[in-house]
Design a protein around this ligand. Structure first.
Ligand code: AP5
Length: 215
């Protein structure tokens, strides 16, 4: 299966994509995770990306398009993939269409996580993640057993540098201006399904499975 997730920052894309990728045994391709890894490694892409991410803006399209071209042509995605965070504007969506056409593939489903803005700031500012293994927690909704320590590998948890309250507003503005138009883009192509992303993560996951007709 080839699935794309849309949704504002903090809507739960990463949380749900991880669970779905595990269930379907397909690759979860997260643009944010790839960019954070590139920044940590100080690669050319990471150096280009950092200042945009720190400002809550989109990283220039060529960086993302090259990154996804590389990932989508790898043999381990032939069985399917879940896209999380790419595309993020119409130019990237058109580039993805071209790339999939080259590969003789198409998206099976586009899922849009729908959620009131009022939930997003609390979800984002309370997120903590493990720099070592990538596990994601929330100080209120999904706390680790020991505060600030990863349940999986025992390393300290950190707050993402772009998860500070003052940047969240800018990230939401960027989403509204540049990413939200993709809802119409995919709706016109009849691949879009809307998932209410409020409620417990398990409830949201059940809605996703139902929309994808997975039992
Ligand atoms: P990215 O990492 O993609 O961030 P984002 O889209 O802003 O999304 P988030 O990771 O903030 O949220 P999420 O929806 O995954 O929520 P999560 O599941 O973690 O991008 C970061 C930056 O990289 C961008 O700002 C941009 O600069 C750049 N970038 C990325 N892609 C790009 C592209 N294509 N082009 C250009 N630039 C790009 O959940 C959030 C929290 O809520 C967690 O703590 C979780 O535990 C909790 N939670 C999840 N579900 C629930 C629930 N149901 N109830 C309660 N809490 C919940």
């Amino acid at each position: 299966m080839r699935i794309l997730f849309l949704g504002p920052p903090g809507s739960g894309k990463g949380t749900q994509c991880k669970k779905l990728a595990e269930k379907l045994k397909i690759k979860h391709l997260s643009s944010g995770d790839m960019l954070r890894e590139a920044v940590a490694q100080n690669s050319d892409a990471g150096v280009q990306a950092k200042s945009f991410m720190d400002a809550g803006k989109l990283v220039p399209d060529p960086v993302l398009i090259a990154m996804f071209r590389e990932n989508l042509t790898r043999p381990d995605v032939h069985g399917g993939f879940i896209l999380d965070g790419f595309p993020r504007n119409v130019a990237q969506a058109k580039a993805l269409d071209e790339l999939l056409q080259e590969l003789g593939a198409s998206l099976d489903s586009v899922l849009n996580l729908l959620i009131e803005d009022s939930f997003l700031t609390e979800r984002i500012t309370g997120r903590r993640s493990c720099k070592n293994c990538g596990a994601v927690y929330h100080i209120k909704f999904a706390p680790p057993k020991t505060p600030d320590v990863c349940d999986v590998c025992g390393n300290p948890l950190i707050q993402r540098s772009d998860d500070k309250e003052e940047l969240v507003k800018k990230r939401l503005e960027t989403y509204r201006e540049q990413t939200e138009p993709l809802i119409e883009y995919y709706d016109l192509r009849r691949t879009l399904k809307t998932i209410v992303a409020e409620g417990e993560p398990e409830e949201v996951f059940a809605r996703i499975l139902e929309a994808l007709r997975i039992v």
